[in-house]
Design a protein around this ligand. Structure first.
Ligand code: SER
Length: 626
């Protein structure tokens, strides 16, 4: 069946709803309350507390399609299956069902709802880990055997263990393959030995689709499901998350056994089209076709890589900007910058006219109009950010290229690469791309070290900064978080409803809030905003939340960063009630104080600084002062 992303997304959500799951909206690409990481890279990240036992307000069976960004895959982009941004279809059992239910459900979804031919499906299972006393997953093997048998397939189980052994031994007529922990164990830190104490994980079973293409011996003598040639594609991973690492290095069972299933939406869609190139799924294909037109170059042979880099990087940047990330030189913003600048280099390679990156934005926002209407709502802003980034980069690009041509060594030192970064704004990927063309190496290690030292140095003396949200859940951070909601609404009241949040960053010492607004705030405006926030603190507004259907929340006028998606329900925090008047209503995961008067204990709310972050975006730093 030929399907679009939206078709597969909806089929998946509906299928698991029919199995008693509640649909959750995707969390933001920028974790709001997790200072340990810049981006959401898997479906389990936002659900971590609930996998560890906290009660989820929506129940024990959840389903979602989570926006993910994996920076670590940036160098892989160019093949037929990797993208930095993707959606991960997830189904979650929080101490409820386990293997007996999950494995047959996923199989049914693939064969009945997506229409995949079972004879093209191959699976891998956990071979066991003697050292850590974790047994081989025979239960999963038996379940798979039974399912294949129903389709007349005699599923033989075969020992492979490692990629190298796979390359030597090949398929051996197998259908089910045992691999070691490197392939069939999942935790955020990887294999059991690498997990820090307190980290949950478990064995997994993965499903691969066989596109039937010829094996490429570049990747090993023989082919096997985890081979990197383009024959097999992993389309789903059921993690049976039932272990936790103890501080003495041993493993215990978690109080509840969980299922964390993750499947690549783009990849499953590609299999439904029986086309191994995931850039042929609708949302990416439309961008590729547009690039073909603009560049007058065909999507084939040596050009594939450039096309894929532009389409992937642009899509990731669009989603990031919609979630409040602006191209800058630090933290999350630096990823948006790197993606866009590398895409620009490949525009030039293909002969796309300059300043046309922004023309591709509507292709993406249209393709996601149903699932993420916020992209269309913010389309102009997204285009503006991309346009400005292109203009900024073009200003130094020629000079940088000129400098680059002067380099005649066989290896570009970390120092030279760092100079290109500092002086001409060349992210390391841009230097690497140029070096690749010249057949020259870049000393990446030396560059990374220099970059790290540079970042550390610029941090010294600077305030303690955390990414996208609260540094911790200390009393002061929570107070500043509640104050952020008051500030957001106060800005909208004083400046107008064009103001919306682009980002926030909270520590126990202060809050920082980025928002859309075209001009420097006048002293009078700042004063008005401060007064309004302090007035609302004095009014002692109760702070409550409700879980509401998204449409209802929007109807009531809730604001905030969380309003993408198809989803059903969102958490909405309200400051004030019908007695006091409702001042603010905002999508948010919390936590907050229970009454705004608590903020009064911290002192008076004061705007310390108001400055530009980029065109159209301002930043406020504010504190409480006694
Ligand atoms: N956590 C697993 C993964 O990211 C499955 O969702 O692959």
């Amino acid at each position: 069946m030929h399907m679009k992303l939206q078709d597969v997304r909806i089929k998946y959500l509906r299928f698991f709803e029919s199995q008693g799951h509640t649909t959750l909206p995707s969390a933001s690409l920028v974790p709001e309350n997790d200072p340990t990481t810049l981006f959401t890279g898997s479906g389990m990240q936002p659900l971590l507390p609930f996998l560890l036992g906290e009660k989820h307000p929506q129940g024990v069976r959840l389903v979602n399609s989570q926006k993910c960004f994996r920076a670590e895959d940036i160098d892989e982009i160019g093949d037929n299956r990797h993208t930095t941004f993707f959606e991960m279809l997830g189904n979650w059992s929080l101490g409820d069902y386990f293997k007996q239910e999950q494995i047959p459900w996923f199989f049914e979804f693939l064969t009945k709802k997506i229409g995949l031919d079972p004879s093209k499906l191959y699976v891998t299972v956990f071979a066991g880990d003697k050292k850590n006393n974790i047994s081989r997953d025979m239960e999963a093997v038996e379940l798979w055997k039974k399912l294949f048998k129903k389709h007349g397939i005699d599923a033989k189980d075969i020992e492979i263990l490692t990629e190298q052994q796979g390359g030597e031994r090949g398929m051996q007529g197998g259908r089910i393959f045992y691999y070691d922990a490197k392939k069939n164990w999942w935790s955020r830190a990887g294999v059991p030995d690498n997990m820090p104490s307190g980290e949950p994980g478990g064995p997994d079973t993965e499903v691969f689709y066989d596109f039937g293409t010829k094996h490429d011996t570049k990747y090993g003598k023989q082919c096997h499901p985890n081979c990197d040639c383009e024959r097999f594609m992993e389309i789903g991973n059921s993690v049976f998350m039932e272990y936790i690492k103890n501080s003495d290095g041993t493993f215990s069972r978690l109080p509840q056994h969980n299922v964390d299933f993750g499947g690549g939406l783009e990849r499953i869609t590609a299999t439904s089209n029986n086309n191994a190139d995931i850039f042929k799924v609708d949302a990416l294909d439309i961008v590729i076709k547009h690039i073909e037109k603009l560049s007058n170059t065909a999507y084939e042979s040596e050009h594939l890589r450039s096309f894929r880099i532009i389409a992937d990087h642009l899509r990731a940047a669009v989603f990031m900007i919609a979630d409040g990330v602006i191209p800058t030189n630090t933290e999350a913003g630096y990823f948006a910058r790197r993606l866009l600048r590398r895409a620009m280099l490949h525009m030039d390679t293909l002969g796309m006219p300059k300043n046309t990156l922004t023309l591709l934005v509507p292709d993406i926002t249209n393709a996601y109009a149903k699932a993420y209407p916020v992209l269309q709502e913010r389309e102009q802003n997204i285009q503006m950010e991309i346009q400005e980034e292109e203009e900024r980069f073009r200003k130094t690009l020629q000079k940088g290229l000129h400098e680059f041509q002067k380099i005649t060594t066989k290896e570009i030192s970390g120092e030279a690469a760092f100079d290109l970064y500092q002086t001409y704004g060349f992210p390391i990927e841009v230097t690497e791309e140029l070096a690749r063309k010249k057949n020259v190496r870049v000393n990446r290690k030396e560059f990374d070290e220099k970059m790290k030292r540079h970042q550390e140095a610029s941090r010294i003396g600077a305030e303690k900064k955390f990414k996208g949200g609260l540094a911790d859940h200390s009393d002061m951070s929570v107070k500043y978080h509640t104050a952020t909601h008051l500030l957001h609404q106060a800005l909208r009241t004083v400046l107008g409803t064009h103001v919306y949040q682009k980002g926030s960053n909270i520590t126990p010492e202060r809050l920082r809030f980025d928002f859309t607004h075209g001009a420097k705030m006048t002293n009078e405006e700042k004063k008005k905003v401060e007064e309004l926030v302090n007035q609302k603190i004095q009014e002692a507004l109760p702070v409550t939340y409700e879980i509401l259907p998204i449409e209802e929340a929007k109807k009531r006028g809730a604001i905030g960063l969380f309003d993408d998606q198809y989803g059903d329900e969102v958490k909405v925090y309200q400051m004030g009630n019908s007695a006091t008047g409702i001042f603010s209503m905002e999508f948010c995961g919390g936590p907050h104080v229970e009454n705004t008067k608590k903020l009064g204990e911290a002192g008076k709310f004061i705007i310390q600084k108001e400055e530009a972050v980029s065109a159209g975006v301002r930043r406020i730093k504010a504190i409480f002062k006694k």
